[in-house]
Design a protein around this ligand. Structure first.
Ligand code: ADP
Length: 758
């Protein structure tokens, strides 16, 4: 801090000298300036700032009072001769802070330092007080400005009687009362509260907490308008008595906007649901013809042996299947978005499921010369309580992507448990794990910027990637949404050009140690079915749907009848007393629901099993159908196997056992009469078709190949060919991947065997 500056005004050289020497001798920490008369003193005061003036009274061109006047707020100490004491007192009255009398021994010099210190301290105190006063004034000004100008309504009222003692303009503007009308009244007297419970609540909160924050209330103005308001209140002390400072914010506008937004959101949600319903409805419209397209091409290829036409049929089926899976994707997404996707939990064998997933992609990986590693942690429980279909859907998508985007190295599917714990639920001890699934590949990887948005719908990597690999970009979006529904999480790590790891954690999965039936065990019994004769009515308004069912069932020892609506079916049922009815739901004249009702009402018909067949996929209508107590349910387009499985529950049948080994044993010594054209087909067209099956086959393609071979064998009466086709069909129907692969591998040796016998 710089030294304090002192101005000494003294005409007497001896006194000046004595004072200066005393400053020096005592090393006083002040900067001393000198003036010898009033004029010089005033010049100096104007030129620079002083903290203190020491002034003699008698000066050549005036008196010390003149200097004091010019000094203004600067404290002055008078140093006077003994004769001028009266004058000094006058000076003190005019504001001088001290006076010292020059004595002969100059002992006044002893007191001078103390006098200076206290004068400076005094000045400091004055300055501080002034600062505090200014600050107070400023804050008062600020407060009163805020009080007056705030757009919110503010009142100050006494705490005891609640009488208003001050209001601001905001209050006048919002509530329409003038200052005069409001002051001295309570808010109840002004009839501001529109809801007395809210007022009581306000008082209660204030009593309990001594403060109210953002309490919502309906308040009314003088002219009867009602506003939604936010109230805050504090207790303040005014002149020693407690008062209440209340601030009222009018949020009616915000509320209206909020309500409008809410309405808009509801509208948007309605529109979204309408969109989903629309999608589901057009899916019904798409699925109905798709049912015919896929089903008939399957049947046609069964009948047809012309390879070119079969080629075309295959293209129709492959494209149809692609279209169907796209529709399914879009539907899945809209179903989830409309909150209509329900999760169906059951105990499943996790090892079996993983093996199935591996089997699905094993061949494709082998084709690309990449290794497929499946690792199931030994601590992983076999039975887990999950939605098998949805979990499989997620895994198929992740593994499918891994295979698609990898060209060398490996794909690793690992599953391990974490956080094994047991809890008591509904009085029973239950065990839970978090199931962690990792899908790792050494493929092209995913660039950083794309990683962030990869789980958004319709994000399929870089344009160049999409061009090269195709895809809709829906798989991961669906997977993530499905995982949300199953209390699961998905994350990814990827080094572009090196590897990608998708990690899925299914949280809190219930586990069981009980043995459950495997899929194979369950489905084996349906492998080959022959009905023991029964009457079946097929009801559908779409001609092609009826024909499809009739073509599919006509060789299975059933009497089939057709009806194009419920009413016709009912008349027919009275006439023929069928053993089973398969009916569409939506039909003109009489719907499937009504038909079911009528059948159940009629004593003679009541017990006939009725199977619903529909293309509708909306959860609601599925629920509705289930609620109607149909005996069975077929979702179009259905696989022939599903149809037989459903019918076999109601109609007597026999199972034809087939050789269980997939290896074709050439029957020693058996004679074949094979035409040259047959050999030609087997060696050329069918061999080409067979070769294509090495390249990523799907079940439909294998089925088509199997049927073609079987048809040829049946037509040409070459039993070994029929058996081969039959075996492949049965393997496909049972989803027995190992057997399919094994049987397919046997094709060249089968052809050789037949060639040899020619
Ligand atoms: P799509 O049907 O287009 O494959 P997905 O949602 O399944 O849709 O995947 C979106 C995109 O994420 C893909 O197009 C691809 O760019 C990228 N992707 C997904 N998995 C992998 C992976 N294992 N390796 C590299 N890129 C991947």
């Amino acid at each position: 801090m710089p030294n304090k500056r002192i101005l000494l005004v003294e005409d007497n050289e001896g006194d000046r000298f004595a004072i200066k020497r005393m400053f020096k001798k005592k090393s006083l920490p002040y900067d001393l300036s000198i003036a010898v008369n009033v004029t010089k003193a005033i010049d100096q005061i104007n030129a620079q700032e002083f903290d203190l003036v020491l002034v003699d009274h008698g000066l050549p061109d005036g008196t010390g009072l003149d200097v004091q006047k010019a000094a203004g707020d600067i404290p002055c100490i008078y140093i006077t001769g003994a004769t001028n004491v009266a004058v000094a007192i006058e000076a003190m009255k005019a504001g001088a802070v001290d006076f010292l009398v020059k004595d002969f021994e100059q002992s006044f010099l002893e007191f001078l330092p103390l006098s200076i210190t206290s004068a400076l301290q005094h000045k400091l105190n004055v300055e501080k007080r002034l600062q505090a006063e200014t600050a107070l004034k400023e804050s008062e000004e600020k407060f009163s400005k805020a009080f007056l100008n705030l757009p919110d309504a503010i009142t100050i009222s006494t705490l005891a009687e609640e009488k208003i003692i001050e209001i601001n303009e905001g209050f006048e503007r919002i509530f329409g009362f003038s200052r005069k009308e409001a002051i001295g009244k309570t808010t109840v007297e002004l009839n501001i509260w529109k809801n007395i419970e809210e007022r009581n609540n306000f008082t209660a909160i204030l009593k309990r907490k001594e403060v109210v924050r953002d309490m919502e209330a309906e308040l009314g103005s003088k002219s009867g308008e009602v506003y939604s308001c936010l109230l805050s209140a504090d207790i303040i002390n005014l002149h020693g008595t407690p008062h209440l400072l209340t601030i009222v914010k009018n949020i009616s506008h915000q509320k209206n906007t909020e309500n409008e937004l809410k309405l808009a959101k509801q509208e948007a949600e309605k529109a979204n649901i309408a969109k989903s319903e629309f999608l589901a409805n057009i899916s019904h419209e798409i699925r109905t013809p798709m049912n015919a397209i896929l089903g008939f091409s399957e049947l046609l290829s069964k009948k047809n042996s012309d390879p070119t036409i079969n080629d075309y049929l295959e293209t129709i089926r492959t494209s149809g299947n692609t279209l169907l899976s796209l529709i399914n994707d879009i539907l899945d997404l809209s179903k989830i978005e409309a909150g209509k996707m329900s999760i169906q939990y059951d105990y499943i064998n996790i090892r079996l499921m993983l093996t199935e997933v591996k089997d699905m992609f094993k061949l494709r990986a082998k084709e690309k010369d990449i290794e497929f590693i499946l690792y199931l942690d030994p601590h992983m429980p076999e039975q887990v309580y999950i939605d098998e279909i949805r979990v499989r859907q997620v895994l198929i998508n992740l593994v499918g992507n891994a295979v698609k985007f990898t060209h060398k190295g490996y794909i690793k599917l690992t599953v391990h448990p974490e956080n094994l714990r047991s809890e008591i639920s509904h009085g029973k001890q239950k065990e839970y794990i978090d199931m962690v699934v990792e899908v790792e590949d050494t493929g092209i990887g995913i660039p950083k910027d794309i990683q962030k948005k990869i789980f958004e719908p319709f994000t399929s990597g870089k344009e160049s990637i999409t061009k090269e690999y195709g895809g809709t970009g829906l798989g991961l979006a669906i997977s993530r949404k499905l995982l949300d529904l199953m209390n699961g999480e998905i994350s990814l790590k990827s080094e572009p050009g090196k590897r990608t790891i998708f990690t899925v954690v299914f949280k809190k999965i219930l586990i069981s140690h009980e043995k459950i039936k495997t899929v194979e065990e369950e489905s084996k019994q349906y492998s080959e079915i022959r009905f023991k004769g029964a009457k079946v009515i097929i009801v559908d308004d779409v001609d092609s749907n009826r024909r499809l069912l009739i073509s599919a069932l006509k060789d299975y020892n059933l009497d089939l009848y057709e009806a194009s609506d419920g009413a016709q079916a009912l008349r027919m049922a009275h006439a023929v007393s069928p053993d089973l009815i398969i009916t569409d739901i939506r039909m003109p004249v009489m719907s499937g629901y009504k038909l079911l009702e009528e059948i159940r009402k009629t004593e003679k018909l009541a017990k006939i099993p009725v199977i619903a067949a529909t293309a509708s996929v909306m959860e609601e209508s599925l629920k509705k159908i289930k609620g109607y107590n149909f005996n069975g349910f077929l979702k179009k387009p259905f696989k022939l196997n599903d149809l037989f499985i459903t019918l076999s529950q109601f109609l007597p049948y026999e199972t034809i056992e087939k050789p269980s080994e997939a290896i074709i044993e050439p029957t020693e010594g058996k004679e074949y009469h094979v035409h040259a054209e047959t050999i030609d087909k087997l060696v050329n067209e069918y061999m080409i078709a067979w070769k294509q099956l090495q390249d990523l086959p799907d079940m439909e393609e294998v089925m088509s190949f199997a049927i073609t071979i079987k048809t040829l064998g049946d037509n040409e009466q070459v039993q070994i060919l029929s058996d081969y086709g039959e075996m492949l069909i049965s393997a496909v129907n049972n989803f027995n991947i190992e057997k399919i692969i094994q049987t397919l591998q046997e094709y060249p040796s089968l052809v050789d065997t037949i060639k040899k016998s020619f």
